[in-house]
Design a protein around this ligand. Structure first.
Ligand SMILES: Cc1ncc(COP(=O)(O)O)c(C=O)c1O
Length: 373
């Protein structure tokens, strides 16, 4: 029998990302464009048009190995955010960077701190080679537990501490003062600040804090506001001393020519970004107002992301999996909250999207409330 390095790699269910539109169209008989895909926080306007054109232009150089240091994209990111190119690392989505950071900065047996619930990828990669996740639960109504987090930072002295702004799955926002307090308390712990959804908060995020904190790396993705989830591009910005060991640890040619070209072009696509952010801001208000007609469900308030949590109030009749499946039958894909460790069976995570998708979702919930699943 071939040896597997950690039994968890056999015993654990792999992470299941959101279902595809094709799968649900096949299940329901609905046409593809009638399916509301609200489970993966993608951009319903599609990929940045500038990125699409650049990816098409890159076809002529697919025979040539890309720069293994992702040079063109690092330079573009550095210029856009006012840092040096040796402060930037790129990856096949943030997911690859998160996995590489964990391998690089936490040895097996060491602790990685995170809030609970959080993006499951943090604890999945922590556990893979026998590192130890430690969790700080969110407070009532998903309040971010900043003081409790700082206490655990001091008590456990973890190798890495993940924070997410805005948080996933709640969409709640951490202030600059909160982030500074965490970095101040972290000492030699690497603080990984995941800003996958930062554009939707209509703030500039925290890259400007880097000169003050040599223990901070800020992560961003092209998967969300730029609409490039299918291209797989993300990046991290930090002091060059944090970036350097990642050159040894990352897969060598981790981004292809199309990814580099698409990322460089997307950074210039302010039109696509603005249009997407404006739609999300408007639709958050719209869907909140439509929720006032529901009684068995509540929208958890104060998300500044392009998703929000739905709380099931009538727990005698429903749980997150029965609602997830009832919505699927009606052509609506959401995220069953029970996939998030610590969230349980009372919540679903739903994307903020175009009005017709929001209407389809709320209409389906209204029908489920009235008629059952
Ligand atoms: C909080 C958070 N961070 C990172 C990611 C990963 O993004 P990427 O597509 O860049 O791997 C996601 C994706 O859903 C996310 O929710």
């Amino acid at each position: 029998m071939v040896h597997v390095s950690n039994p968890i790699l056999i015993d654990r269910e792999p992470y299941t990302p959101g279902l595809s539109r094709e799968h649900v169209a096949g299940l329901t008989g609905l046409p593809l464009d009638a399916v509301a895909k609200l489970g993966s926080a993608e951009n319903p306007f599609g990929a940045s048009p500038l990125a699409q054109a650049a990816v098409a232009d890159s076809l002529g150089i697919l025979d040539i190995y890309p720069s293994w240091t992702n040079e063109s994209l690092r330079r573009a990111i550095a210029a856009r955010y006012g840092v040096a190119a040796d402060q930037v690392v790129c990856g096949a989505g943030e997911t690859e960077i998160i996995a590489t950071l964990i391998r690089t900065f936490a040895a097996p047996g060491e602790t990685v701190l995170m809030m609970e619930p959080c993006f499951p990828i943090y604890h999945i990669y922590t556990e893979n080679d026998g590192r130890v996740p430690a969790y700080v639960p969110l407070g009532p109504d998903f309040a971010l537990p900043i003081q409790a987090y700082i206490e655990q930072l001091r008590a456990l002295r973890p190798a890495i501490a993940f924070i997410t702004n805005p948080h996933s799955p709640s969409g709640h926002f951490m202030t600059e003062a909160d982030i500074r307090q965490i970095c101040d308390a972290a000492g030699d712990t690497l603080v990984v600040l995941d800003e996958a959804y930062i554009h939707f908060t209509e703030t500039d995020g925290s890259i400007h804090l880097l000169p003050d904190y040599p223990n901070l790396i800020v992560l961003r993705t092209f998967s969300k506001v730029f609409g490039l989830a299918g291209l797989r591009v993300g990046f991290g910005v930090a002091a060059s001393s944090i970036i350097w060991p990642l050159w040894n640890a990352k897969p060598t040619w981790n981004l292809g020519q199309a990814q580099l070209a698409g990322g460089v072009a997307a950074l210039k696509d302010d039109v696509h970004v603005k249009r997407t952010v404006a739609m999300v801001a408007e639709m958050r208000g719209y869907v909140a107002q439509r929720f006032s007609g529901l009684h068995a469900f509540r929208m958890v308030p104060q998300s500044l992301a392009n998703f929000f949590l739905v709380e099931i109030l009538d727990t005698d009749r429903f749980d997150s999996t029965s609602i997830f499946e009832a919505l699927l039958k009606r052509g609506v894909i959401v995220k069953d909250g029970s996939i998030f460790r610590g969230l349980g069976k009372r919540f679903l995570r739903v994307d903020v999207s175009l009005q017709r998708h929001m209407d389809r979702f709320v209409d389906a919930l209204t029908e489920i409330e009235r008629e059952g699943t």
